[in-house]
Design a binder for this molecule. Structure first.
Ligand code: GRF
Length: 180
């Protein structure tokens, strides 16, 4: 069973739900985000674990891990989750935490990867699913789908096409991981 972590829009969460994958829990560090509404609309349990509500990040991440485990989550998918996970969280789900990223890794990590990629004059980006470790997008890559940069592309136009690729790639990879 799958737990998904979101911080915002949740379109990748929606792709997982639409694919009929067994998502049983959706957690966010931020209240009121669209991803939580999408989960609730599908009848999936939701919870908010904001950093401010806990003494420190370890305590927050541990509470989140316990909530997910309590719902039977075996695979955690970060889908637009904008916080690093502590090792204490990762230890609860060894080799079972993945993330979706809009650019090739390790070349273009971080929250501004598409800006960096266009700035560098790259010819293509790639929807990328990778394992999560304590670093910023540093875990081993599992699968990618290439997305060419077109003449006149801006971060916004490129982001739309990468999202389309993510919505194809992520459910396929997560489905494969569930079948293991
Ligand atoms: C995606 O582009 C993903 O690669 C990045 O954050 C974005 C989340 O989009 N990590 P959404 O919330 O799934 O719509």
């Amino acid at each position: 069973m799958i737990g998904v972590l979101v911080s915002g829009e949740g379109s990748n969460l929606q792709a997982l739900l639409d694919a009929g994958l067994p998502v049983v829990a959706v957690a966010s560090n931020k209240a009121g985000v669209r991803g939580l509404d999408r989960a609730a609309a599908s009848g999936v349990a939701t919870a908010v674990f904001s950093r401010d509500a806990y003494e420190d990040r370890d305590t927050r991440d541990l509470a989140m891990a316990e909530w997910l485990e309590g719902l039977g989550v075996e695979l955690v998918v970060c889908a637009g989750y904008m916080q690093l996970l502590r090792q204490s969280f990762l230890d609860r789900f060894p080799g079972r935490v993945v993330n979706v990223h809009p650019a090739p890794l390790p070349d273009f990590p971080g929250a501004h990867s598409l800006e960096d990629l266009l700035e560098a004059g790259a010819q293509e980006t790639a929807a990328t699913v990778h394992y999560v470790d304590e670093g910023v997008d540093t875990g081993a890559v599992i699968a990618t789908e290439r997305v060419p940069v077109l003449p006149g592309d801006t971060v916004e136009t490129l982001r739309v096409r990468v999202h389309e690729a993510e919505h194809r790639l992520l459910p396929r990879v997560v489905g494969d991981l569930c079948a293991l």
